[in-house]
Ligand binder design. Structure first.
Ligand code: ZN
Length: 180
């Protein structure tokens, strides 16, 4: 997002008695470290078994920890992807709906709900703008590796709300190096 677009986005916020709104929708604004604490709390409540460790992935935009990978090691491929979507929803990406999941060739296509970032363009952007989905790559590459595929992945946003589409559609596929 350009600096100008970012300022435009910020200017939409309205303060009403200490509550923050865009239009009629009330927003919660918090440091991402708060989300991390929620994850730790959930782990304490639910034990170390689960996919909650994956939360770090979505909030820090890094590859999943060894612990997180060990926790999901025996899950079917589709469930590993689903677990990530659940965690990314918790971390503020919204609920991504899988459209196509294939291990070989690696292909994860999903629909993302609209975001205030994309909506800020009012459908007038001339290219997709949801760059944050690139942060999904470290996790997806780690899963591919766990499944025996040592490949690089790339993100293509094929539809974007910023360009006027009803929702964003994102495809994560192998980066063979022959595209831009
Ligand atoms: Zn988009």
């Amino acid at each position: 997002m350009s600096d100008e677009a970012f300022k435009g986005y910020l200017s939409q916020f309205r303060n009403e008695n200490g509550e923050v709104f865009i239009g009629e929708t009330r927003y919660m604004i918090m440091p991402i470290v708060w989300l991390k604490d929620i994850q730790l709390e959930l782990e304490n409540l639910m034990g170390p078994s689960g996919t909650f460790a994956l939360f770090d992935t979505a909030s820090r935009r890094t590859a999943p920890s060894e612990r997180a990978l060990a926790a999901i090691k025996d899950l079917p491929f589709e469930h590993k992807i689903g677990a990530f979507f659940a965690q990314s929803a918790l971390s503020g990406f919204g609920k991504c709906e899988p459209i196509e999941i294939s291990k070989k060739p690696f292909k994860v296509v999903f629909k993302s709900p609209s975001s205030i970032f994309a909506e800020a363009y009012e459908g007038k952007a001339d290219s997709p703008r949801c760059y944050l989905f690139a942060s999904f790559i470290p996790y997806m590459e780690a899963i591919a590796k766990q499944e025996g595929l040592d490949i690089k992945l790339k993100v293509d946003e094929t539809q974007c709300v910023a360009m006027g589409a009803p929702h964003c559609v994102v495809a994560i596929t192998e980066d063979t190096g022959d595209s831009w």
